[in-house]
Design a protein around this ligand. Structure first.
Ligand SMILES: Cc1cc2nc3c(=O)[nH]c(=O)nc-3n(C[C@H](O)[C@H](O)[C@H](O)COP(=O)(O)OP(=O)(O)OC[C@H]3O[C@@H](n4cnc5c(N)ncnc54)[C@H](O)[C@@H]3O)c2cc1C
Ligand code: SF4
Length: 564
């Protein structure tokens, strides 16, 4: 089965547009600009993983982990899970063609209106109506929907019982998952979700409506060329006004990486909060005049993952994968239930707590993580008995999202990105989340396990899978790195405070100047859609966002688009 990507051997020297990364923001830019007739190249550092090839066994999962810490690095550069160990906070991001959408839970929520009323955002965002249009387009393409059978799932019922401690009943949140077979907006035929629970390990069914199954196939259909193993190091301005994009080839099978330069008049950075901020910081270190706010206002989106062990009621929240590892068990998508704790007076107190599922490939590691001498127990017990019928059938996993002060800061140290946030662990949000989750776990009769990896190299630092900021939007360069359209402010001498670099855009999680208080994928997509609407006006481009018709393609055979 063939995919969308091609070897860097075929990359050209020059394009109309270079899109860096391939997550939500990058996917939108590639799809829209290719549809506008631009010659687009997408440069993604990770590899392409086709539906059916996501890790389903523990040994495969181990090869999907890359870990970078102070003076250490393990795992292949194309591993799907990219963990950055920080002295103050750890960050988890996805790596691969499709970015975080490959391994996320797909919860797609709009933030509370008060988030955008904060004057850290540029005023134009609230004024031109295009933010709403951005959300509408994002929803049309990612089709968030609630599981119609959520309330029948064991984990949802258990969550309802446990959250009665807080007098809150769970709802089924909208997910980027197709619960009925159908053809998506990009013309990809998606089967119905089997409720296997493996969303965060990668969907082997093709039911998760990821960027890899929507915006990227749409981009390829309109001629965009998608390259993997292409890590962008920095950008610089060429003599002719074009942007030079400095790329490191990572497909050398252990040979010394090769570097190459590709150029274009328009560069759209969508390499994620960590990726885009690092590229900009390195570019600034080599002379590109950017706002001195670059690296500031990092937020973890008040996000945590935590566990309850030893509940007295069945939970069934370990994935069974596809094909299923055990018959007769229905788990549900990675998130089926959410409780919403609102606060009309104080936005920062709002919480979204979601019950979650661990992917099936992680199952063999659970005894080691949760039970003293668990290694021995894991070896003695049959995994089926231990994970699906024994104590781990009562393991609760939670994802929770809220607000923080966005006081983290990135610096460039030895040419690599480093997150500095000494007071992160004291952010009030973590205490609030601990209180809420402890109450839920207690009601189910279990014990709250804040961090099963605390005894390892992970330590007690908080961790997030929702990194935001670093190249935040602002009204002008003294308070932002990009404007409301995603254009990078030009800090060159004599340039006005709102002057921008012609043709340099950022469209991913890095542009958020604050926490969103909800899972960020929908907002990132909406703001990228909005940026493209502005780009169309500014450059006289036209594209529509109508769904793509024609013969549907299978999610595990997207390559037919490229060869058509
Ligand atoms: C386990 C997990 C669960 C999550 N669950 C949810 C959820 O339910 N709902 C939700 O809203 N959010 C969720 N998130 C977060 C969400 O997936 C991210 O916020 C989102 O993917 C960010 O989108 P982005 O466009 O900013 O960049 P990303 O999706 O991170 O994509 C950036 C891409 O750029 C590539 N890249 C990075 N650096 C370079 C470089 N130098 N050169 C070339 N390419 C580069 C990366 O490999 C990646 O593919 C989850 C995240 C994780 C890890
Ligand atoms: S539950 Fe399984 S089939 Fe459904 S979206 Fe998640 S991984 Fe895909």
């Amino acid at each position: 089965m063939a995919g969308l990507s091609r070897s860097l051997d075929h990359v050209k020297d020059h394009y109309d547009v270079i899109v860096v990364g391939s997550g939500y923001g990058a996917g939108v830019a590639a799809a829209r600009l290719a549809r506008a007739g631009k010659r687009v190249a997408v440069l993604e550092r990770g590899r392409e993983v086709l539906t059916g090839a996501f890790p389903s066994r523990f040994p495969d999962l181990k090869n999907e982990l890359q870990v970078t810490g102070k003076r250490m690095r393990t795992g292949p550069s194309s591993a799907l899970f990219d963990v950055r160990l920080g002295e103050d906070m750890h960050v988890l991001v996805g790596c691969g063609l499709g970015g975080g959408s490959l391994v996320n839970a797909g919860v797609a929520l709009r933030p509370d209106a008060r988030v955008f009323a904060d004057d850290v955002w540029p005023g134009q965002l609230a004024q031109d109506g295009l933010l709403d249009e951005g959300f509408r387009r994002a929803e049309r393409w990612l089709k968030p929907q609630s599981d119609p059978r959520a309330s029948a799932l064991t984990k949802f019922k258990a969550f309802a019982t446990a959250s009665s401690a807080l007098a809150h009943a769970p709802i089924a949140p909208p997910l980027t998952v197709s619960f009925e077979a159908g053809v998506n907006a990009a013309g990809v035929a998606q089967p119905a979700c089997t409720r296997c629970g493996d969303c965060c390990g990668g969907c082997n069914v093709g039911a998760k409506t990821s960027v890899a199954l929507t915006y990227l196939p749409a981009a390829a259909r309109y001629g965009a060329e998608l390259f993997t193993h292409a890590a962008v190091r920095q950008i610089s301005k060429g003599q002719d006004g074009s942007w030079n994009v400095h790329v490191r080839r990572l497909d050398g099978n252990g040979a010394a990486p090769q570097d190459l330069v590709v150029s274009a008049p328009i560069v759209v950075l969508g390499a994620g909060t960590l990726g885009s901020t690092e590229i900009l910081m390195r570019s600034r270190a080599h002379g590109l005049a950017l706002s001195d706010r670059l690296g500031h206002r990092f937020s973890a989106n008040g996000d945590i993952i935590a566990f309850g062990y030893g509940a007295k009621i069945p939970i069934n929240a370990v994935g069974i994968g596809h094909p299923p590892k055990i018959e007769g068990l229905e788990i549900g998508a990675a998130v089926s239930g959410q409780i919403e704790i609102d606060d009309e007076e104080n936005l920062s107190n709002e919480l979204r707590v979601q019950e979650g599922v661990l992917p099936s490939a992680l199952a063999p590691a659970l005894p080691v993580l949760f039970i003293p001498n668990g290694r021995l127990l894991g070896a003695l017990q049959s995994l089926i008995a231990g994970v699906y019928k024994g104590p781990f059938a009562k393991l609760q996993t939670f994802f929770a999202v809220s607000h923080d002060s966005a006081a983290g800061r990135f610096v460039l140290e030895d040419d690599e990105l480093k997150l500095v946030w000494p007071s992160a662990k004291d952010e009030p949000v973590y205490k609030r989340l601990d209180e809420v989750l402890s109450a839920i776990v207690k009601e189910a009769g279990g014990s709250y396990v804040k961090n099963p990896l605390a005894g390892t190299v992970m330590g007690h630092q908080p961790a997030t899978a929702h990194p935001l900021g670093g190249a935040g939007m602002g009204p002008e360069r003294s308070n932002g790195v990009v404007n409301h359209k995603g254009q990078a402010f030009d800090a060159g001498a004599g340039r006005g405070s709102t002057a921008v670099h012609e043709g340099l855009y950022v469209v991913d999680g890095a542009v958020m100047p604050r926490s969103l208080g909800v899972n960020p994928l929908l907002t990132i997509t909406a703001l990228a859609e909005r940026a493209m609407l502005h780009m169309a006006q500014d450059y006289g481009l036209s594209f529509d966002d109508a769904e793509i018709g024609g013969t549907p393609v299978a999610p595990d055979d997207l390559g037919t688009i490229v060869t058509a």
